[in-house]
Design a protein around this ligand. Structure first.
Ligand SMILES: [Zn+2]
Length: 138
């Protein structure tokens, strides 16, 4: 690899950073509340977080389970993971969910909705009107 390519790569990495930082300052991603009980982790405000994002709780739940690679149960008033999971790891995944499925990549606002068209899933921003396909990369 030449040094030029390496610099280009670094520049690319720097370009991406400010966007995510901007998004975080404009809208605070809620943090999970919960506790560890024996070998399980109980999260009590999962539904509220999904509500804040205006997303179906099952959708966020499936994403988090897959990301954490941990078994879990969706209950009426929370979720139970079948393992000890630090809150920081769950918060990280919720932020990832928010960036992928909630925040508009154009204006950074969380007022988006998901639209399914055939096998494609789009994230449409209600604030600026941008529509992005979000399942092509998965
Ligand atoms: Zn937007």
């Amino acid at each position: 690899m030449s040094s030029n390519n390496y610099e280009d790569m670094l520049e690319g990495a720097y370009k991406k950073l400010p966007e995510i930082r901007d998004i975080k300052t404009r809208f605070e991603v809620p943090k999970v509340r919960g506790h560890i009980q024996g070998n399980t982790t109980i999260i009590s405000n999962f539904h509220q977080i999904a509500q804040t994002f205006n997303r179906p709780v099952e959708h966020m739940f499936k994403f988090i389970l897959k990301e954490l690679a941990t078994p879990g149960d969706l209950k009426k008033n929370g979720i139970i993971f079948g393992a000890k999971v630090p809150a920081s790891r769950i918060n990280e995944k919720i932020e990832k969910y928010a960036v992928e499925y909630v925040f508009c990549e154009e204006c950074g606002k969380p007022e988006t909705k998901l639209i399914r068209e055939g096998t494609y899933l789009f994230k449409k921003c209600l604030a600026c009107g941008v529509k992005l396909c979000i399942n092509a990369k998965r």
